[in-house]
Design a protein around this ligand. Structure first.
Ligand code: TLP
Length: 339
């Protein structure tokens, strides 16, 4: 059966054009710093994000974990939102790899209040762990692809600056945020000490993420990447796909957002589903209002040709991406209607 696959924007396959670029990529041993494609990608990534330097890593998870390991010391405390990817979906890496404890704050659609953040930061006291890092996510996956404007995050970042705590942005989908806000990514990135972004989501590359920050931070990040087993060799074949994926992202992501709005609009009119959040980018989180267990709903949708992910006890997530067509979105609507 031909499936309409809306499980994630990570499922896209390289286009024929991208495969040609990969086949012709110039490569070298990146552990010696000799892979021209990786060097170029890191240079361009840093430029796009308005940071001094960047590091190519295999995944968004590794980028976030390296950031945590560089910004903190074991025994420190990280503050993050309770539904953030770094807390929910990174297999406890913060505890296991960075050796930190996590102070999670409950947020309203993915963002805690500045007051709660202020209250969470530890003062100087022999009994307390040191708060050394606060992380944010834009767009916010679990909050239905929510887009945060620079103004919304400004009070939080101001507090961190005032007390001298590092800030990291999980910008796995920062390009979606940029397109939604009609801004360039560096505008969103500028207030953070570091950020990660993914090539393998809406941008459509097969593998890879970038960690960006100061030269010193990235130098240390390179060492930590080695510790984690992420020192890759002729990975320019991957970096070349990343460079290609960065080209002309605006139009492609705007189309993904448009498809998500169409599907979101249709879901809003259905009896059995309700949007959990307004659709702001390419992610739709929808509550199922019927009485079947959610995994049964997901299985039924699959039987009818629609792949989605369960997202909590009574919700599903649908994500638009470059491999889904307008016709497939209509088919997805029809299939959802039958549940
Ligand atoms: N998210 C995946 C799953 O892990 C949930 C997805 O399908 O959305 N930050 C954010 C905000 C993410 O959504 C993800 C991936 C990551 C980091 C991790 O990236 P990878 O998968 O490259 O390790």
């Amino acid at each position: 059966m031909e499936f309409v696959d809306l499980r994630s924007d990570t499922i896209t396959r390289p286009t024929e054009e991208m495969r040609k670029i990969i086949a012709g990529a110039e490569v070298g041993d990146d552990v010696y710093g000799e892979d021209p494609s990786i060097n170029q990608l890191e240079k361009i990534a840093a430029e796009i994000m308005g940071k001094e330097a960047a590091l190519f890593v295999p995944s968004g998870t590794m980028a976030n974990q390296i950031a945590a390991m560089v910004h903190t010391n074991p025994g420190d405390e990280i503050v993050t939102e309770i539904t953030s990817h770094i807390f929910l979906y990174e297999a406890g890496g913060l505890a296991r790899l960075a050796g930190v404890q996590t102070h999670v704050l409950k947020g309203e659609r993915g963002l805690f209040s500045p007051e709660d953040l202020d209250g969470a930061i530890r003062g100087e006291n022999i009994h307390f762990p040191r708060t050394t890092l606060v992380t944010f996510e834009n767009t916010h996956n679990r909050a239905g692809g929510r887009v945060f404007s620079r103004e919304e995050l400004a009070p939080h970042l101001e507090i961190c600056k005032r007390v001298g705590i590092a800030t990291h942005l999980d910008g796995a989908r920062i390009f979606n945020a940029a397109v939604a806000l009609e801004l360039t990514p560096d505008f969103i990135a500028q207030d953070f000490d570091s950020l990660s972004f993914c090539l393998s989501k809406g941008l459509g590359a097969p593998v890879g993420s970038l960690l960006c920050g100061t030269t010193e931070f990235i130098q240390e990040g390179r060492r930590v990447r080695k510790i984690l087993g992420g020192g890759m060799r002729q990975a320019g074949i991957l970096a070349s796909a990343g460079l290609f994926a960065l080209d002309g992202f605006e139009e492609r992501l705007a189309r993904d957002h448009q498809l998500a709005r169409v599907l979101g609009g249709a879901i809003e009119k259905m009896d059995n589903f309700r949007l959990e959040f307004p659709v702001e980018s390419n992610i739709i989180v929808s509550r199922y209002l019927g009485d079947k267990p959610i995994l049964e709903v997901v299985a039924q949708l699959k039987e009818k040709g629609l792949l989605v992910n369960a997202f909590g006890p009574d919700s599903i997530r649908l994500v638009t991406h470059q491999d889904v067509t307008q016709e497939e979105i209509l088919r997805a609507e029809e299939i959802l209607e039958t549940i």
